[in-house]
Ligand binder design. Structure first.
Ligand code: FBP
Length: 559
């Protein structure tokens, strides 16, 4: 038996709140369906690829006195992709709804991510297992993985496993790529008339799986609060010692939502936003100039310290880098099957790659430090994404800013010192104990996923809206997965994928940063958020992220 901290033990007893329509019990939810829908772009292609699940209506649950069908059914659940706080509560919500609907129902957890259903690796979840994981962080109850489900062979194998276990519904808890998998599987299951439905749940700390129907993916709340605590602590240290510039890279993949949210919670001196860099077509050189100018301006005031936040995906937004990475992606998709390339020395690999790039990209690639070059050539993940978490942008920027400051010093434009500390915060926040918000939201998402299953729907993402209000006012329903899809280039080919939500530069969240960042650059306006609180006044324990408040409520007193 695992040793438990006092907080861990207490949290097992927390009873998460359910969204309004679900709170009266799983058998008294009433489904209503809206109008047919279309995909966010490339409608003809998406419709052609998803003939059976394309265009379904948005689903919404209300309450009814009637009992919905309670025939016994078995469900399989998969955790997919990177960890996010609250995953265990999605499973707990699903489990509780399923058992409340009919005690004979069984929930099977597929082990190690999507590969579990293909390889027939699973465990049956029981009260005892479930009760040991309620309100805890991590995905260790059944594990996760990044296998892409897309081939006929994988689907056939999954079907055999489902038939063996008498499973008639699969719930996939994942981000944009995993829910693309969910949609492919839903389509295949429907086309083959298997009677097996597939429902997704919006997970990812990155916050990039959102739209009109999905206000936020779970995990973003806890992860950003955890990073904000750490950054607040570093700010206090910087403000005490007054001797370091901390360059902090934050996880979040391509989108800069995490970085933006953490900036609004902590008010650092520099915040880079990838989407802004792209919109303004800022070169790497211009970014370095901006950062060096802030360092110099603070030094002028006798402040040789500061905090700079860098989104993990920045590199993909710098126009010249973006062009280079796109060619690298296509070239690597071919070269990964080339034995000569695979066995070549690192220098030879650089030479081969350079020969595939245009002159400008080749020059840029060769100007990068060796470590960054090697990181750019690392294998793409199974979905074709560059593994941005492994690219040390914070160190690249430190080196470039240092060189620039030395030049400025010679010209008399920099009068201070530049001592650096590099940090990367990612894994520190992905498995934190879910905040009350994530604990409640996730439990509702899981419970609602079973309501979608029980209503006979497939190809839907579990959706809980109105999340800045108390849980009793949350609105439960489902959004058709095809509604969020478009075509994108992956591994050198056009593929259907759920469109990532990037930071909107004309939206209220970015505007709040834009309004304040000049003031935050020179003055020390640091905020120290402290640790997530699970017990105490609701204004402290149940508050949502600044992003959610600004996006949903359009206002916030503090920024
Ligand atoms: P998901 O999209 O799967 O939720 O990924 C979240 C994430 O934490 C990203 O922020 C990060 O780039 C990536 O996972 C890191 O991947 P890995 O866990 O494979 O190192």
């Amino acid at each position: 038996m695992r040793e438990m901290s006092p907080l861990h033990r207490e949290r097992l007893n927390y009873q998460p709140k359910l969204a309004g329509a679900l709170a009266n019990g799983i058998n008294s939810v009433k489904l209503s369906l809206g109008n047919t829908t279309t995909s966010v772009a490339d409608c003809a292609d998406i419709q052609n690829l998803f003939k059976n699940v394309y265009g379904q209506p948005i689903a919404k649950f209300g309450m009814t006195g009637e009992d919905l069908s309670t025939e016994s059914r078995n469900v399989g659940v998969i955790l997919s992709g990177g960890q996010a706080p609250g995953g265990h509560n999605v499973i707990a919500g699903l489990y509780d709804a399923l058992k409340a609907s009919n005690k004979e129902n069984k929930l099977y957890g597929f082990l190690g991510g999507p590969s579990g259903i293909v390889d027939g690796k699973y465990m049956e979840l029981t009260d005892e297992i479930m009760d040991a994981y309620r309100n805890t962080g991590g995905f260790d109850i059944i594990g996760s993985g990044r296998t892409k489900l897309e081939t006929e062979e994988q689907f056939e194998k999954a079907l055999i496993v489902c038939r063996q276990l008498n499973i008639t519904a699969i719930v996939i808890i994942g981000g944009d790529d995993s829910n693309t998998n969910a949609c492919l599987l839903a389509e295949w299951m429907k086309e083959k008339n298997t009677g097996i439905s597939v429902i997704g749940c919006p997970k990812t700390i990155d916050g990039d799986l959102k739209n009109d129907q999905i206000e936020i993916s779970f995990g973003f709340d806890t992860a950003t609060k955890t990073y904000s605590e750490l950054i607040g602590n570093i700010q206090r240290d910087a403000n005490s010692a007054k001797k370091y510039w901390h360059f902090i890279k934050l996880m979040g993949r391509s989108a800069s939502h995490v970085c933006l949210e953490v900036a609004l919670q902590t008010q650092p001196n520099i915040t880079l936003i990838g989407e802004e860099v792209e919109a303004k077509a800022q070169s790497l050189d211009e970014i370095v100039t901006y950062m060096a100018d802030v360092v110099a301006a603070r030094a002028q005031k006798g402040k040789n310290f500061g905090i700079a936040l860098i989104p993990e995906g920045l590199i993909e937004f710098i126009p010249e880098m973006k062009v280079m990475i796109a060619t690298l992606n296509d070239s690597l998709a071919v070269l990964e099957k080339d034995e000569m390339y695979q066995n070549a020395s690192q220098d030879k690999k650089y030479e081969i790659i350079t020969s595939k790039l245009d002159d400008a990209s080749a020059k840029l690639f060769n100007s990068l430090p060796s470590a960054i070059k090697a990181q750019l050539l690392m294998d793409r993940d199974p979905h074709g994404n560059v593994q941005v978490s492994k690219i040390e942008t914070e160190k690249l920027l430190i080196e470039m800013v240092r060189t620039r400051l030395e030049e400025m010093k010679k010209e008399g434009r920099f009068v201070g010192k530049f001592a650096d500390q590099a940090h990367f915060f990612g894994y520190e926040g992905r498995c934190a104990m879910p905040s009350n918000f994530d604990a409640d939201y996730c439990y509702s998402l899981g419970y609602n996923a079973f309501a979608l299953v029980q209503s006979g729907l497939t190809g839907y993402l579990s959706s809980i809206k109105n999340t800045t209000k108390p849980a009793s006012e949350w609105v439960a329903g489902g959004v058709p997965l095809t509604m969020m899809m478009n075509m994108e280039r992956r591994h050198g080919e056009m593929k259907p994928v759920i469109k990532k939500a990037l930071v909107e530069l004309d939206g209220p969240v970015f505007k709040a940063l834009e309004k304040n960042r000049e003031k935050w650059a020179l003055n020390d306006c640091y905020v120290f958020p402290g640790a997530i609180q699970y017990f105490g006044p609701s204004s402290v324990c149940d508050c949502t992220t600044v992003t959610l408040q600004l996006e949903q409520e359009k206002t916030l007193a503090s920024v």
